[in-house]
Ligand binder design. Sequence first.
Ligand SMILES: NC(=O)c1ccc[n+]([C@@H]2O[C@H](COP(=O)([O-])OP(=O)(O)OC[C@H]3O[C@@H](n4cnc5c(N)ncnc54)[C@H](O)[C@@H]3O)[C@@H](O)[C@H]2O)c1
Length: 265
Amino acid sequence: MGDLKGRKALVTGGAQSIGAAIAVALAAAGADVVIGDIQDDVGRATAKELAARGGRTGFVHLDVTKDKDWEAAIPEIIRQIGGLDIVVNNAGIEVTALVADIDAESMLRMFNINCVGTALGMKHAFRAMRPGGPAGNGGSVVNIASVAATIAFPAIAAYSGSKSAVDRMTRVAAVEAGKLGYGVRVNCVYPGLIANSMGVALANDIVALGLAPDVPTAVGGVVEQTPLGRLAEQPEVADAVVFLCSDAARFITGIGLPVDGGMGT
Ligand SMILES: NC(=O)c1ccc[n+]([C@@H]2O[C@H](COP(=O)([O-])OP(=O)(O)OC[C@H]3O[C@@H](n4cnc5c(N)ncnc54)[C@H](O)[C@@H]3O)[C@@H](O)[C@H]2O)c1
């Protein structure tokens, strides 16, 4: 995969699952990686495991919805690993509900993390990485959207809306960063369904909502809609992120890259 030797990266929501896989892949490509998460113990343990692979790693407590956390995190990340060239806005949650049952409070909580969190991540990445910023060398931002931004799947209208917002914000941010000479590329990926805790919760919810008789049928429905005939795996998402951060993607900005086995085609 791409050579990220000497690059300095932050992965939000990197304590577990996809975020942890992205942190591992960035480190394997040679980057120094800080994990930012609200789960301090889990995040620290994941950072420690990364450190065993060599390279500098670290952890910052970061609630992505809080501007103040970002303001404190950026100088701390630069102190821990000596710069910032890559920000992966991965932290996100999924709340499922039929449209007829959407609960405003749950939806706002999800939009706060998925949309406001990603927007603040881009804001602070730009301020740190653009010329004159405390890191100042430009770089790459990758936002983790979802195949849900590209298809119409039942029970996730609000989640799909939040990820469509991530997709659109990515493109606007890419235009601003390009035109304003920040030297920062901004892209997003659309992962397909993964059999981790979030993916399994969705399958269970689909059954609970009466949209499938059991979990194997719910999962089978997704697989059937996927030309490559299986669910996605975390390292596949991580590899796409490494590519987008690498010089191999140096003329790529403002895109959404599907990592979904063709489900959104
Ligand atoms: N699991 C899937 O099938 C799937 C598919 C497509 C996209 N995604 C997206 O991938 C991303 C990661 O999902 P995952 O499956 O690894 O989920 P996960 O729930 O396993 O991990 C999410 C991580 O984000 C952290 N987090 C939650 N709120 C936070 C906040 N306010 N500030 C900082 N960190 C916070 C959690 O502590 C956790 O470590 C999400 O954006 C999700 O929407 C997941």
